[in-house]
Design a protein around this ligand. Structure first.
Ligand SMILES: NC(=O)c1ccc[n+]([C@@H]2O[C@H](COP(=O)([O-])OP(=O)(O)OC[C@H]3O[C@@H](n4cnc5c(N)ncnc54)[C@H](OP(=O)(O)O)[C@@H]3O)[C@@H](O)[C@H]2O)c1
Length: 333
């Protein structure tokens, strides 16, 4: 199999490359080459996909599977899909459950209403860009297009910094603000499981949109943070606080406390995506303890975490804010 990964050098793209190589596929990447090439067995095609002329080499041969990790303006996908339409058997896009019109539906399937978007857009917020890219791909590839609408993606090399923030905080030890309830059901997908499923699905000729995440409750908030304590061998004391108290303290779910959304929050659907279709299509999700331990193993190679590359909004609670909220909790509880 000849696999072309558009992107391929940061997080999900690296997982796709490694999965392809592990299968013995011939793997090529296309990116600007700003990060070191991951593996000598990968053919690195260098170019800027926002420059249409740079896409020409991609159309010089045939591909069995193209996977695209793009999250920028949709016309980049429009242009690459149009160049590859006659050369590639199948084109899969790493899309996002953010394409659903807010608030995200609880247990919504792939038919849930989407945000309005254009495949030709030169701007737009993240949901509009992801949806515009889906539309651009569908216009060029029709039934040969696959869109993996991923929920929260975690795992080694995570480039938003959600699980890395929790691991780094818990590794520092001491009293750690832990957002309750402990039994809050979580839903996410390890990038390596996403990559494995995507390549399986593309090779099997699957098409159309699939929400891709674990089942809801794959982990709980309590179990995830316990796994962070175990992985880092930390002396951290998790100080559990109810959502109402945290709301009173004006703590921002999701951004200040990554991965956490309180049960009655309008965006709880981000942790409750309907995933029947993808599980029926063979998604296998590894134990979350492995995701946590492997992410910590990856982080252990750094004195300081590399800055997140995917999101411009930093995630995580400032230490001073955490101290204030812990003090307020002690005074209250
Ligand atoms: N994190 C989550 O929870 C989450 C949830 C749902 C969906 N998603 C989606 O998952 C995907 C994650 O992607 P990733 O960052 O992990 O992918 P990646 O393929 O590992 O990294 C992004 C690639 O894009 C390349 N790139 C950037 N600008 C480029 C340009 N102008 N021309 C050519 N290549 C360019 C980068 O290389 P160069 O910079 O060297 O060009 C890099 O190889 C995104 O589509 C995101 O929307 C994420």
């Amino acid at each position: 199999m000849r696999l072309l990964v558009l992107g391929g050098s940061s997080f999900v793209g690296r997982a796709l490359v490694e999965e392809g190589l592990a299968r013995g596929w011939a793997v090529a990447t296309f990116n600007r080459g700003t990060r070191p090439a991951g593996d000598a067995d990968v053919e690195a095609i260098v170019g800027d996909r926002l420059v249409p002329a740079d896409l020409r080499p991609l159309a010089a041969r045939d591909w069995d599977v193209v996977v695209d990790t793009w999250s920028g303006i949709p016309r980049a996908v429009r242009d690459s899909a149009s160049v590859l339409a006659r050369r590639a058997e199948r084109y899969a896009l790493v899309s996002s459950a953010s394409v659903y019109a807010p608030p995200p539906p609880v247990d919504g399937d792939e038919h849930a209403p989407k945000v309005t978007a254009s495949p030709d857009a030169e701007e737009g917020d993240y949901p509009e860009r992801k949806r515009g890219a889906e539309l651009a791909l569908h216009a060029a590839f029709g039934e040969r297009a696959l869109a993996a609408r991923a929920g929260t993606i975690l795992g080694p090399r995570e480039n938003v910094g959600r699980l890395p923030w929790w691991l780094a905080r818990i590794a520092r030890g001491g009293a750690v603000l832990a957002p309750g309830p402990r039994d809050l059901p979580l839903q996410f997908v390890d990038a390596r499981d996403l990559a494995r499923w995507l390549l399986d699905a593309a090779a099997a000729g699957r098409s159309g949109p699939y929400n891709v995440a674990s089942r809801r409750g794959h982990a709980t908030m309590g179990a995830l943070l316990d796994a962070c304590v175990a992985a880092t061998a930390s002396d951290a004391e998790l100080v559990w606080m109810p959502p109402g108290f945290l709301a009173h303290q004006a703590i921002e779910p999701w951004s200040e406390l990554p991965i956490w959304i309180p049960p009655d929050h309008p965006f709880i659907g981000l942790l409750a995506i309907g995933v029947e279709r993808v599980h029926a299509a063979g998604l296998r999700t590894r134990p979350f303890e492995q995701t946590v331990a492997d992410t910590w193993g990856w982080m252990a190679g750094f004195d300081e975490l590399p800055p997140p590359t995917e999101s411009t909004n930093p995630v995580g609670l400032a230490p001073e804010r955490e101290r204030q909220v812990l003090a307020a909790w002690r005074a209250y509880a």
